[in-house]
Design a protein around this ligand. Structure first.
Ligand code: SF4
Length: 453
């Protein structure tokens, strides 16, 4: 048996309280995935990777000999096959050198292989009808309003650049600016600043043909001075304002921007935004200074945390969902060197927020080579850390009897569509401790199976 198969099997045994599918999902997210030539040819007929904000790849485009950046799918669904997997949606992070490979089986099925052994079957996402349209300007929808999470979420990165620009201020795990450069260089239509009109035009097309999307996210890089003559809040606010005016309540509105003062957060709420994501990235105070130097300098960690709690009073705690990047607290040279220390620190942050009704979520760190930390830590964080974190997150969430986070669709293995980490996959149906959002997504207790949107 290969060392990687050994590792996966032994951790599946150690973490028997987690769905075994998430062991593979987390390993794929931290390692990336390769495609055989035949599998890539098949994938060309499915929904393509849109590069919705970061590269989320383990190699730069210049090292993709099969032009995987143009032909690989946005996500894959692990299902059935040798492992008899329940449906599990995974974001595609490309790595031609990965021990995981999507290939064709002898009987023509797509399968996931680890070091030559079949793990499970693979399904690909169909191309949505709206992906076949372009804007009047000729720009493709995949540039202006791509969707992820198996079509559930429209991802509107309205500013593809971040004003935390350069090593001294940019978040050390982030490749937004480098990715923008490589995408433009590769010839992809990749709009730096999208206009409100472009967003509305794209959404008109989508609403005419689509019933799968239930939410949208407005996001982009931080604005430390001005953009288009506007401060950060004034720049970003225009988008949800216009969307909610044109399509009131059609989608659940979310924004991912910096932790802003209470008055600004209130303006998002008044515009019709339902969920706010002021991402704190890493909990440990020392590492926040090192890993997020721009956020530390311009806002500061204590103020950032204070603003998260202020926002919880504006939106309600269940509707403030700050993200952190799972694993960066183990990035060297400054990070924790043991899984136990990393989990203790990140668990402390989860306890701090969840005890106040705020449930952070996380994305599994993709060590992108175009970022500072990805370049120096190509292996990312250990798989054991990611599985330990899922257990800590789930147990803390259950201990405080918090509702299912709204805005992600249905929870639980076989249902979840959130593709960049497994926090939604590990939510258990346990009526004694679990409550869920009511059908209107207000975060109040409802049935454990109800969807947020
Ligand atoms: S604030 Fe940090 S994580 Fe967000 S886009 Fe800028 S550099 Fe990247």
């Amino acid at each position: 048996m290969s060392p990687r198969l050994d590792l996966v099997e032994s951790l599946t045994e150690t973490y028997r309280d987690l769905p075994r599918e998430v062991v593979i999902k987390e390993d794929l997210l931290r390692t990336g995935i390769a495609f055989s030539r035949d599998a890539l040819a098949i994938a060309s007929g499915y929904k393509p990777k849109a590069y919705f904000i970061f590269s989320f790849d383990l190699v730069p485009i210049t090292e993709m000999e099969q032009q995987e950046n143009l032909h690989a799918p946005e996500e894959i669904c692990l299902t059935g096959g040798a492992g008899n997997f329940r449906r599990t949606i995974v974001s595609v992070r490309l790595n031609p050198g990965s021990p995981y490979r999507v290939d064709c089986s002898g009987d023509g099925r797509l399968i996931l292989i680890l070091d030559g052994v079949e793990v499970c079957g693979v399904e690909l996402p169909a191309v949505p009808e709206y992906y076949k349209s372009t804007l009047a300007s000729g720009k493709p929808i995949t540039d202006i309003a791509p969707s992820i999470e198996w079509g559930y979420l429209l991802y509107l990165t309205v500013f593809r650049i971040c004003q935390y620009f350069g090593r001294k201020v940019e978040c050390q795990f982030c490749d937004i600016n480098e990715n923008y450069r490589q995408q433009r260089k590769s010839g992809r239509s990749y709009t730096g600043v999208k206009t409100v009109e472009e967003i509305l035009e794209a959404l008109e097309i989508i609403q005419d043909t689509d019933s799968i999307s239930k939410a949208y996210t407005v996001t982009g890089g931080s604005i430390t001075s001005q953009l288009d003559g506007r401060e950060e809040i004034d720049f970003y606010l225009r988008y949800p304002e216009a969307i909610e005016e044109r399509f009131p309540g059609r989608w659940l509105g979310k924004v991912v921007v910096q932790a802003l003062p209470r008055e600004s957060v209130q303006r998002f709420k008044d515009a019709g935004v339902r969920i706010y994501h002021p991402n704190y990235e890493v909990w440990d105070a020392r590492l926040f200074e090192i890993i997020c130097p721009g956020k530390a300098r311009y806002i500061g960690r204590d103020e950032w945390i204070r603003r998260i709690l202020d926002a919880a009073e504006v939106f309600g705690p269940s509707h403030v969902i700050p993200n952190f990047v799972a694993g960066i607290e183990m990035a060297q040279p400054a990070g924790f060197t043991s899984v136990e220390e990393a989990l203790a620190s990140t668990g402390e942050g989860l306890d701090f927020f969840m005890s106040r009704g705020v449930a952070p979520r996380f994305t599994t760190w993709c060590p992108e080579p175009l970022s500072v930390l990805g370049k120096s830590n190509p292996g990312g964080a250990p798989l054991e850390y990611h599985l330990g974190l899922l257990r800590v997150w789930r147990d803390t969430h259950e201990r405080y009897r918090l509702p299912v986070p709204p805005g992600y669709g249905k929870p639980g293995i076989g249902n979840a569509v959130f593709s960049v980490s497994s926090f939604m996959d590990v939510i258990r149906e346990a009526p004694a401790v679990q409550t869920a959002v009511s059908p209107d997504g207000n975060g109040k207790p409802g049935s454990a199976n109800s969807s947020a949107a």
